[in-house]
Design a protein around this ligand. Structure first.
Ligand code: ADP
Ligand code: MG
Length: 308
């Protein structure tokens, strides 16, 4: 299925898949803010790779401190291939994945080589697509091994696609690999996406939601439902740099993202947001005054809320 506004990006990925069918390999890191469509693009890649062997996993935050947890998740269905690796690589990988007697940590170089050899062996049957979503949550040991393999891809018929969040998450540096940075949808595409979710809403409301979503697909998909549920803009916080009021749809993915961002802000910024959320005046001077305890804002704020 076509992804609105992502023709160039899907074409680039489809070229990599075609190259893999022709015996070449490549790796790409898809980057972008939360909700921008990284996972959607990876899903598109998987759909376009029906003829290929697909290994797909996403990093999970609770396992991001466990060495080799992500690698274990990714490789557990292909572990029978470990026996065909050169002995030193097999031993290192077995140790990394907890399949050997407890001992010292494995040689990271050998683990990286083992991953590369394993993928190359798999691709001898048919081309392989490795999809690694939310790679910013990968534990360092797994990320190192996978990036090590990715940097050495050559003519194995393997494509490795990583997706990593820009900002508000651990960094995912991937030196030596190509990046594909997803930007906000342009106005025409954003309208098209919004209309698919908000065709029933009056035009002025759609215009407001369009402004607040600021081209972020997740916001375009979620804000209409929030509006219908009467959770219209309640505090001034939109997607990054939207610059105007936003919507807080309870229990939605958008809310979770924003909550995580708020939690990461310094204390004074959070206090300011809290005051802004409680404010009923929409007057910046009032909010600043109340937040800082300075004289000009406070009386007005108190008066307007009638709660002294
Ligand atoms: N180009 C697009 N057009 C329409 N909807 C999109 C597009 N990209 C993403 N979406 C939708 O937006 C939401 C967020 O996308 P997702 O891929 O999960 O973002 P990310 O992985 O970057 O956080 C999903 O519901 C997805 O289906
Ligand atoms: Mg995602």
């Amino acid at each position: 299925m076509r992804l609105p506004g992502r023709d160039a990006e899907t074409a680039r990925i489809e070229r990599l898949l075609a190259d893999a069918r022709a015996g070449r390999s490549a790796a790409l890191v898809v980057r972008g803010e939360p909700g921008i469509g990284k996972s959607a693009l990876l899903t598109h890649a998987v759909a376009a790779a029906r003829d290929m062997r697909v290994l797909a996993r996403a990093g999970v935050e609770p396992e991001s401190e466990l060495p080799y947890a992500a690698l274990h998740l990714l490789l557990r269905d292909v572990l029978d291939g470990v026996g065909r690796l050169p002995a030193a690589q097999a031993a290192a990988l077995r140790t990394a994945l907890g399949m050997a007697a407890p001992g010292p940590p494995p040689d990271r170089f050998l683990v990286g080589i083992a991953v590369l050899t394993l993928l190359a062996d798999l691709a001898a049957d048919r081309p392989v697509l490795v999809v690694l979503d939310d790679a910013h949550w990968f534990d360092h040991a797994s990320a190192d091994a996978l990036l090590f393999a990715a940097r050495r891809l050559d003519a194995e018929s393997v494509v490795m696609l990583f997706a990593a969040r820009a900002g508000h998450a651990p960094a995912f540096p991937a030196p030596g690999l190509a990046d594909l940075c997803l930007s906000r949808l342009d106005d025409a595409t954003a309208r098209q996406v919004l209309d698919a979710h908000a065709g029933d809403l009056p035009r002025p409301v759609r215009e407001m939601l369009l402004r607040e979503a600021a081209g972020n697909p997740l916001a375009l998909c979620e804000l209409p439902a929030a509006y219908r549920a009467d959770r219209a803009p309640v505090f001034p916080l939109g997607p990054p740099d939207a610059g105007r009021g936003g919507t807080a749809p309870t229990h939605s993915a958008v809310e979770r993202e924003f909550a995580a961002r708020i939690a990461a802000l310094p204390g004074t910024a959070r206090t300011l947001l809290l005051v802004a959320a409680a404010d009923g005046t929409c007057n910046v001077a009032v909010v600043l005054g109340a937040a800082t305890g300075s004289a000009p804002g406070r009386p007005t704020w108190r008066r307007s809320n009638g709660n002294g």
